[in-house]
Design a protein around this ligand. Structure first.
Ligand code: BGC
Length: 463
């Protein structure tokens, strides 16, 4: 997360670093599996347990509440136990939570299992990107963080596909339980990871940190320089809460991080992630088609993420966000309009599906990866952990609100109106982006920090 430029690592070291990063990015896979798995299981769960829409809303959304809790304690845990051990704890909880969900004998047990799963990814969603930023060489740091979002989308797709496969037998226990398997693999893989060199240095274990960097970078001179860099950075102690109370400029960047995550969630993306089969049912599709279309949603989400990866350092953040919010507003607005007019013919059904996919493209090419990137770019070094902790926590609380409120909204204001509401949010977000979001393309983190602390308007801190 620092912007100091390290010299390039040699090829052997770089390969080792990529291996370590790929393994850590698998935390994103768990994140995605967790998000994706519940959509296909819902209708079977609802039938088996005779759940009301309200209880079902809780089963879906209690996971996000757990994740908010996990994100809240992750900062402290990852500085006390270290990044690696916090991720191991996350993986153990993930495996335990999946098994509990698969075995759930009452709705209450299911809710507890989902809560445990939530805590697991709350821990992982804070710690994995931090670890990635700390072990990746500067030259591939951006790519490694995008890799993490890509893993999230792949996790969602895999969950949708496995849900589809099990939907023929209606076996929700397998749907929810099987994700323990990738969890076990991830857990085993984690034992191969070294501790983060930056964390080792924080703990005064310079020699071990040097040893780890030697493996990851390969070149002794390079390692010596990086160790000196880290030592320099550690002279700026993290004093997030203190800074928050004392410094108005830091409160502005924390506020912006929080707002960005609220925007990401209130695009309505997770309404589709959690309730896609139900939405397809309301369009008039039978179970098999609902599941296959949901899998197509997952695939679209993966593929469109590449648009963001390709454009982010060429177009910049703001133009991509404008485009994404506009595309999402159009997609959601037209889905709502079709539902309002009534979807009767095959052609109308397909058009509505296409508009929902357009919405997914809008999210995956913009807010999906970019909000995470921006949230880590805008915080000053002294308060970075605190600032990112606040925005990650907000991501999950907002995610929870969206998951919990969707069914009650459908049942109270109506289907078309619910989609229009999300379309309207996306229009508002275009305005907020113009007004408040900085362009951070090609700017060093130090420059952003200087501008912020000089009191420049938020939208200008990237200039
Ligand atoms: C969001 C998740 C969302 C996922 C979809 C992530 O960036 O934080 O809430 O489910 O993207 O791909």
């Amino acid at each position: 997360m620092s912007a100091t430029t390290a010299p390039p690592a040699n090829t052997h070291g770089k390969a080792a670093a990529i291996f370590v990063c790929v393994l850590a990015a698998l935390a994103g896979l768990m994140f995605g599996l967790d998000i994706g798995v519940i959509s296909g299981a819902q209708q079977f769960l609802q039938k088996d347990f005779g759940l009301s829409d309200d209880t079902l809303g809780w089963v879906v959304s209690v996971m996000m509440l757990g994740a908010a809790l996990g994100a809240l304690v992750a900062g402290w845990l990852s500085s006390q136990l270290g990044r690696k051990r916090t991720m191991i704890l996350g993986a153990v909880l993930f495996v335990g939570g999946s098994v509990l969900c698969g075995a759930a004998w009452t709705p209450e047990v299911l809710i507890v299992g989902r809560l445990v799963l939530g805590v697991a990814i709350g821990l992982a969603s804070f710690t994995a990107p931090l670890y990635l930023a700390e072990v990746a060489p500067e030259s591939i740091r951006g790519a490694m963080i995008s890799l993490y979002q890509l893993m999230i989308t792949i996790g969602i797709l895999v969950a949708f596909l496995s849900d589809t496969a099990f939907s023929y037998s209606g076996n929700w226990r397998w749907m929810l339980g099987i994700i323990a398997l990738p969890g076990v693999l991830f857990l085993l893989g984690l034992f191969l990871l070294p501790d983060s060199p930056r964390w080792l240095m924080m703990r005064g274990r310079k020699q071990e940190a040097t040893g780890v960097l030697q493996k990851l970078r390969g070149d002794a001179d390079h390692v010596a320089r990086e160790v000196a860099d880290i030592e320099e950075q550690l002279k700026t102690p993290q004093r997030g809460w203190h800074l928050f109370l004392q410094n108005r400029n830091f409160r502005r960047s924390v506020g912006l991080g929080v707002l960005l995550q609220v925007m990401q969630q209130f695009t309505g993306m997770n309404v589709v992630m959690y309730y896609a089969p139900r939405i397809f049912r309301d369009m008039g599709y039978a179970t098999a088609a609902q599941m296959w279309f949901t899998a197509i949603v997952g695939l679209t989400n993966v593929l469109a993420t590449f648009i963001a990866i390709g454009l982010v350092d060429r177009w910049g953040r703001k133009p991509i966000l404008y485009t994404g919010f506009a595309v999402m507003a159009l997609g959601m607005g037209l889905v709502g309009t079709m539902m309002h007019l009534g979807i009767a013919t095959h052609g109308e059904q397909l058009f509505t599906v296409a508009m929902l996919l357009l919405f997914i493209v809008g999210f995956a090419m913009s807010a999906g990866p970019l909000i995470w990137t921006l949230c880590s770019e805008i915080q000053p070094l002294k308060g970075r952990d605190f600032g990112i902790g606040c925005s990650t926590f907000t991501n999950w609380v907002a995610n929870w609100l969206v998951g919990l409120s969707f069914l009650p909204l459908l049942n109270s204001i109506g289907q078309a109106e619910t989609f229009w509401l999300y379309a309207a949010f996306n229009v508002v977000f275009i305005g907020l982006t113009i007004w408040l979001v900085p362009e951070t393309k090609g700017v060093t983190l130090e420059q952003i920090e200087r501008n912020l602390m000089a009191g420049k308007a938020l939208r200008r801190i990237g200039q």
